[in-house]
Design a protein around this ligand. Sequence first.
Ligand code: CAA
Length: 383
Amino acid sequence: MDFELTSEHREIQTLAREFAASEIAPFASEWDRDRRFPAEVFSKLADLGLMGVCVPEEFDGAGCDFLSYVLVLEELSRADAGVGVTLAVHTSACTLPLLMFGTTAQIAQYVPPLARGEALGAFALTEAGAGSDAGAIVSHGTESATGWHLAGTKQWITNGSFADTFIVFARTETGVEGPRGISAFILDASQVAVTREEHKLGLNSSSTVDLVFDTDVLADRLLGERGRGFGVAMATLDGGRIGIGAQAVGIAQAALDAACAYAKERRAFGKAIGEFQAIQQKLATMATEIEAARLLVYRAAMLKEHGKPHTVAGAQAKLFASEVARRQTSEAIQVLGGYGYTKEAPVERYFRDAKVTEIYEGTSEIQRLVIARSLLGELGRPS
Ligand code: CAA
């Protein structure tokens, strides 16, 4: 077992950290306040090769491994979690499933523009009546002479207003209910319409929308096997959850950084507050929990990289890291006191941003269900 990052990992971590410190962190509270999607940041990330960091070089990616991608997500999320989720969905939920399930022609057409950052990706699974119960989607696809007619509505679609390529799930098999009978399709932005932009508690620099589609697509837009789309969605989320774990670690680390800086500078009762054990205990617990979360995330990333089962490891990493992020961003506010509760300090933003990591890409309750099923087998499933 080796807990050290390689020199290549450290190099990409430093690249992302320096970029985030100069191009993201100084503007993050402004984007949050103005609810602005910073499109220019993604062009700059593309110039650095970070829009396709774990995509093979033959498809115009940077050719790094999945852990490198996770390190990038952690560093970007430390500066702005909205930027983090935009890259996470673009990569884990669009580019990687195309690589995993696409035909040679689909990969050649869609992956290089995504990896170069000329196109942005999105993943449209969730519907008003199908959130945690993803198998309950009602969007449908009907076979036509040339391919499919797809119709439906989707909710809470990250990147929706800015994406060029969407992976969309629809029910294609009649007489089959639940997770079976769903297929995955590749749609262009011209084939979907944004009907509403969500106003969220946090992640205000990211785009979250409702979508509607009613469109004909050629047969070559089917991604993976017909009727096996739920497996495409689940395999995608297995990797995506590791990325959200990294996002949570980045947010929690930012909160710890802010709490430590304040503890050194703020004076009370004639001393820096960091000299009081009450504050020291908080900082020590924060640092320990964040490190434990980080190790779970890196371990899950390495399992995925080595082609080993990572469903449970990813669920555990996301579950633990997201709960650490929610708990420890709250503790950071406590360390900063009244100042932490205002817009003067970034920790209230970290707190708002952290909360969603317990919700999207599968709630904490769904992560526990996935973990419990692996422990209990059939006993863990509803009868
Ligand atoms: N990999 C591959 N296949 C899988 C799988 C996995 N990890 N998990 C399940 N499957 C397969 C099963 O083997 C089964 O296949 P067969 O039909 O061949 O038997 C099929 O999928 C159905 O599996 P289940 O019976 O386990 O399905 P279920 O209805 O009990 O649901 C669930 C399982 C885990 C609850 C699933 O619905 C789930 O993950 N829900 C949460 C949805 C979610 O995470 N949404 C996130 C939206 S995207 C997002 O948030 C992005 C963003 O914006 C940030």
